[in-house]
Design a protein around this ligand. Structure first.
Ligand SMILES: [Zn+2]
Ligand SMILES: [Zn+2]
Length: 359
């Protein structure tokens, strides 16, 4: 989209004849030609703008279309998109308030931070190294090298104001109102005004956080361009998988293998918790799949002070898969001594199957 005023770029009135336009173009093209300004990046930019303006205004047909469409003129003849209309309005309103495009705010950035489940219990402060764009430490964001990288702007004599009588005081188009032009790019940022950096940053991770949760750190995104405000940093939490515990919201699930002797007779066993371990009692006659609930041994519930979820211990009876002769004999003896009343579920199952076979 043609956001610049092509007539202004060539320094002529809208009513100028094609001959006047041609003369203005030739004079400017000669003045800003890269061959004449080998180290002047601003001059090179100006030269491109002049060439672009001439490409349109130098062709009477394209010029007529440009006059009609103004800022929505496109060299390919396409109508403006809604995005371009919006951009035009932003530029125009920005222009009224003296906001320059190169003072754009910094971008927001995202950083994924992995925390351990134990840290979810307590909350934690982590030091992270976030790669971001910071204002150049050498040129202060100006883009011109502090070592003889700039000189006073000639057309405005360093004032930054456009010359000539105008209704509105305009900024100098040559230097964008800065009063100086770049003749050598900053060696640290290559003229961009920002460069990559990795600052150590402390991030507070609250207790009870879950994977995918975003923590906003205001102003720690990329620094803005020029006087632009910095963006924000979004720390995305990732809770690492735990060897023992699975998470179910604020509750924790843990598998508890017990022997079939413990299952039958009951036992005291040591189980893990997030902060250490504790002893629990397994009641006699505990079957596989049974869940023993330990109230308040789960994770903190967000926004509910001192409230914690539960720890669910899921019992799995471990059956030996290789028995010695001696062990086998002992179990066979046990089997002889027990009747169907020892395994009522098995007895009921057998009865049901038998009924089907006979019916
Ligand atoms: Zn720099
Ligand atoms: Zn100037």
């Amino acid at each position: 989209m043609a956001r610049r005023d092509y007539y202004n770029t060539l320094g002529v009135k809208k009513t100028a004849s094609q001959d006047e336009l041609k003369r203005a173009y030739r004079a400017l093209a000669l003045k800003y030609h890269p061959d004449r300004n080998p180290e002047d990046v601003d001059a090179q930019r100006r030269f491109q703008e002049i060439a672009e303006a001439w490409e349109v205004l130098g062709d009477p047909q394209a010029r007529a279309t440009y006059d009609r469409l103004g800022p929505f003129f496109k060299a390919n003849g396409q109508p403006p998109t809604p995005d371009e209309l919006g951009e035009y309005l932003t530029d125009t309103i920005g222009g009224w308030f003296g906001k320059r495009g190169d003072n754009a705010p910094g971008e927001d950035i995202r950083y994924t931070l992995t925390v351990e489940l134990e840290e979810v219990l307590t909350g934690v402060e982590k030091e992270v190294q976030v790669p971001r764009q910071c204002t150049c430490t050498r040129c202060g964001g100006e883009g011109a090298d502090p070592d003889e990288g700039r000189r006073d702007c000639e057309p405005c004599e360093g004032t930054g104001k456009a010359t000539g009588r105008r209704f509105l005081r305009q900024t100098c188009a040559r230097c964008d109102g800065r009063g100086w032009v770049t003749i050598k790019k900053c060696t640290r940022c290559d003229g961009e005004g920002r460069h990559g950096s990795e600052d150590a940053l402390k991030v507070k991770v609250p207790a009870g956080v879950a994977t995918g949760q975003k923590l906003k750190v205001r102003g720690k995104g990329n620094d803005g361009h020029g006087d632009g405000t910095p963006g924000d940093l979004y720390v995305i939490v990732n809770v690492a998988e735990h060897a023992l515990f699975q998470r179910r919201g604020p509750d924790l699930l843990c598998e508890l293998p017990i022997t079939f002797i413990e299952a039958a007779l009951g036992a005291q066993v040591l189980i893990p918790t997030l902060s250490g371990s504790m002893k629990i009692r397994i009641p006699p006659g505990t079957s596989s799949g049974k869940i023993l609930r330990l109230s308040g041994e789960g994770l903190p519930v967000p926004k509910q002070k001192d409230k914690r979820g539960d720890l669910h211990m899921q019992v799995g009876v471990e059956i030996p898969d290789a028995l010695s002769e001696d062990q086998r004999a002992a179990l066979e003896e046990f089997d002889r001594r027990t009747g169907p009343e020892a395994h009522p579920r098995r007895a009921a199952f057998d009865a049901a199957v038998t009924g089907r076979t006979e019916g």
